[in-house]
Design a protein around this ligand. Structure first.
Ligand SMILES: [Zn+2]
Ligand SMILES: [Zn+2]
Length: 450
């Protein structure tokens, strides 16, 4: 028998709803205010919660928020918010904080049961790994060699203007096409033009996409509301990422589209969107195996490595090498300096292992050495460290990424020149380039095994 939690401070109406639901075969639990209702919902994990909007002790918005913020920790119920108010703004706000339905009082028992048992037209799930396989769009040939394209290469904030035309001013977004999949790395402002390009390429044909989010700082998610394929109901978009420091992935993505910030809520975006909060460090997107690791950056930030049929692509858009940060006089100190440095060295070693023999490395190279001195603990790397890291890990192709918004084209070219000089000074063959919008890179197929 399915359980429903009924939350309403209007006792007589609550009892009436309870009667309707019991007759319809539901196990009914009742609460007279939002606080008790949240406790009941968390303890019993019901299939549905029906909650009044305006209550003195914890209103319906708070109830929705509290339940949705639990993310995958609980079985997420269907939430129906009821209200005596028919204001469109209240309805929109309720949907923004996680309600599935909004029912205006008074209503009939039949209406309530019908809405309660109706399947959501589109589902936003918050599921733990494993990630289900993704079917690639028919027109994406699986035998095309894996490739990547940069759509946004800037860190922190978009920087359009004459001084950034060569490398581009849009924030982080990289498209990878490999083994029949379209995988998008981050949704910075660069994703807007990627969306337009996809819409042009696929026209009326449904497209299935996977978006991997490293973390939810603005420069990695802010372009999403402007991603045109999300507004086509035929399209399927799976968003994968890790829980943030304070809120779950779904919650953060929803909040940036709440009405004070954007006119369309995530729930009202027409494409079939599935937000999956990752619980493992290894998973597959179709045939592409993905490894993830947490990197050194404020909050929770992941790096990904995609193993395609023609080699691997590592993407660490925001990362500050541990050792450099800890050893700097202005860096984070602990009472035992030696212990702290050993720990930092181990952490950097783990990143080197993670990147070992990568064919392509796209990595945070925001500063040069001089600038880094005044940005210790900001969560970003510098060219010297990045080159050293790539050489240690025996990477083949390095892309300097997450360019500082204060760096003009000239400065980035200088940093690139310096990075290449560092490689040459060590007699190494690592290829280095600076990521720039529109740049494509095709992975060379691996030699056939004899
Ligand atoms: Zn960033
Ligand atoms: Zn960041």
């Amino acid at each position: 028998m399915k359980t429903v939690v009924l939350i309403d401070d209007d006792t007589s109406f609550r009892k009436l709803m309870g009667k309707w639901l019991t007759v319809a075969g539901w196990n009914v639990l009742e609460a007279g205010d939002g606080e008790d209702g949240i406790q009941l919902a968390l303890a019993h994990q019901p299939a549905a919660v029906i909650c009044d909007l305006l209550m003195a002790r914890c209103n319906g918005f708070q109830v929705c928020r509290s339940i949705r913020e639990q993310g995958a920790n609980i079985q997420q119920p269907r939430i129906i918010v009821t209200s005596g108010s028919g204001y469109a703004t209240d309805q929109q706000s309720a949907m923004e904080v996680g309600a599935d339905e909004y029912l205006i009082k008074p209503f009939k028992g039949d209406d309530l049961i019908r809405i309660l048992e109706r399947q959501s037209a589109r589902q936003i799930s918050i599921a733990a790994a494993p990630v289900p396989p993704h079917k690639a769009p028919a027109s994406l040939p699986a035998d095309q060699p894996p490739r990547l394209k940069f759509w946004g290469v800037r860190g922190s904030i978009p920087t359009p203007g004459p001084s950034t035309v060569q490398y581009g001013g849009n924030t982080s977004c990289v498209e990878v096409r490999a083994d029949g999949e379209i995988i998008i790395l981050d949704a910075g402002s660069g994703i807007r033009r990627l969306g337009l390009a996809l819409a042009k390429e696929f026209k009326d044909q449904p497209v299935e996409l996977t978006l991997l989010i490293t973390h939810t700082h603005w420069d990695h998610i802010q372009g999403f509301p402007f991603f045109v394929p999300a507004y086509n109901p035929q399209n399927k978009l799976r968003i994968l990422g890790y829980e943030g420091a304070r809120k779950g992935l779904y919650s953060t993505l929803t909040h940036q589209m709440e009405s004070p910030y954007f006119p369309v809520s995530l729930q009202h975006v027409p494409a079939n969107i599935d937000v999956t909060e990752l619980k493992e460090f290894e998973f597959h997107v179709g045939k592409v195996r993905v490894q993830a690791t947490f990197v050194n950056h404020p909050g929770v930030c992941a790096g990904y490595r995609l193993f395609t049929s023609a080699g691997s692509i590592a993407y660490l858009p925001d990362n500050e090498p541990f050792q450099r940060m800890r050893s700097h006089p202005g860096g984070q100190q602990t009472s035992d300096r030696l212990e702290a440095l050993n720990y930092a060295s181990d952490q950097d070693q783990k990143i080197i292992e993670f990147l070992k023999d990568a064919d392509v490395l796209i990595i945070d190279s925001q500063y040069d050495d001089a600038e880094y001195q005044s940005h210790v603990g900001w969560g970003h790397g510098c060219v010297e460290d990045v080159v050293a890291l790539a050489l240690f890990a025996k990477v083949k192709q390095l892309f300097l990424f997450h360019h500082d918004p204060d760096h003009d084209d000239n400065q980035i070219s200088k940093m690139l020149g310096w990075a290449r000089q560092l490689v040459a000074m060590q007699g190494e063959t690592l290829a280095v380039d600076a990521a720039r919008e529109g740049l494509e890179y095709v992975l060379q197929p691996l030699p056939a095994k004899l």
